[in-house]
Design a protein around this ligand. Structure first.
Ligand code: SAM
Length: 279
């Protein structure tokens, strides 16, 4: 109980701190991890509850931005069994990513992410060639966007990018009461088993254009960057109903449309110019 009060007092909104205090969900995350010996990267170890479980089974490198928590973790883990398996990096994980991969060897990302940058962190991991898989807690609403299938209401650019990388699924939900303090939203653990690394930023900008107004027709959204005739031709070539909404079109069709259309931009603009304007 004393620990619960400490957690509530320590928590900083600024760093998205909601500490996972229900041990059953920590165990479920450990059970959902890939069955191999690769090291693990944890973003945001916080008060170290998930970290303690992780170091029992893997070598862990943990990145924590909050210096108060970093100091606590250093003391806490100097007395814990398995502490030799933990390397703690104190600082903003995004800064480490600016310098390249988070590790110089293949790793799995396992974390209860800070929700204010969860989407950005998953996209970073999809671009990191050393990251082999992602198992992260995030806001359920966002996890659904990564894991959605074509035709589902939540199918979005995030779903296309996740399916480009590998297979995404929502493992289980976690209620607000499992955390201290409780977040306002339901959480979920998302898994992405990576088979490929994302590396075409122009395709990502193309997706933003295609989904700019998700409830409009795909063709209408594309008119912001491409000639009407070229769009009609591309949709016909792909066998896509011209009345389709963006979420009704499968991931592979987006790749084909991009390949066809990037040659055919409005006003003779080069692909990179026109797509950049839409960011
Ligand atoms: N892993 C802990 C748990 O499960 O209880 C804490 C999870 S809490 C939702 C998110 C953690 O990420 C916090 O410890 C927070 O300080 C840390 N964090 C937030 N932004 C960060 C950043 N840019 N880089 C590294 N850690 C960050």
């Amino acid at each position: 109980m004393k620990q619960d009060i400490d957690a509530a007092e320590i928590a900083s909104k600024r760093f998205g701190q909601n500490f996972l205090k229900d041990r059953r969900y920590v165990d479920q995350i450990i059970q959902a991890m890939p069955d191999d010996d690769l090291p693990v990267v944890e973003i945001g170890p916080g008060l170290g509850d998930l970290t303690s479980a992780l170091v029992q089974v893997r070598n862990v490198t943990a990145f924590e931005v909050d210096t108060r928590l970093c100091k606590r973790l250093q003391i806490q883990f100097s007395h814990t069994r398995g502490s030799e398996k933990l390397r703690l990096e104190c600082g903003d994980v995004l800064k480490y990513w600016e310098a390249g991969s988070l590790l110089e060897e293949p790793y799995h990302l396992v974390a209860n992410l800070p929700y204010y940058i969860a989407t950005r962190l998953v996209l970073k991991a999809l671009h990191d060639p050393q990251c082999q898989s992602i198992l992260v807690m995030m806001q359920k609403e966002v996890a659904l966007k990564f894991a959605a299938q074509p035709g589902e209401r939540n199918f979005s650019p995030l779903s296309v990018l996740a399916s480009d990388s590998g297979e995404a699924c929502l493992c289980f939900e976690v209620p607000p009461e499992a955390f201290i303090p409780s977040p306002k939203v339901t959480s979920a653990v998302l898994s992405i088993s990576k088979e490929r690394t994302l590396e075409d930023p122009a395709f990502e900008r193309f997706l933003k254009i295609a989904f700019a107004q998700p409830r409009k027709k795909l063709g209408k959204n594309l008119e912001n960057a491409f000639d009407k005739g070229a769009i009609r031709h591309a949709l016909y070539a792909e066998g896509i109903d011209p009345l389709s909404r963006p979420h009704e079109v499968a991931a592979e069709h987006y790749h084909h449309l991009y390949t066809i259309l990037k040659k055919d931009l409005k006003d003779g603009k080069r692909e990179s110019e026109s797509i950049r304007h839409k960011r």
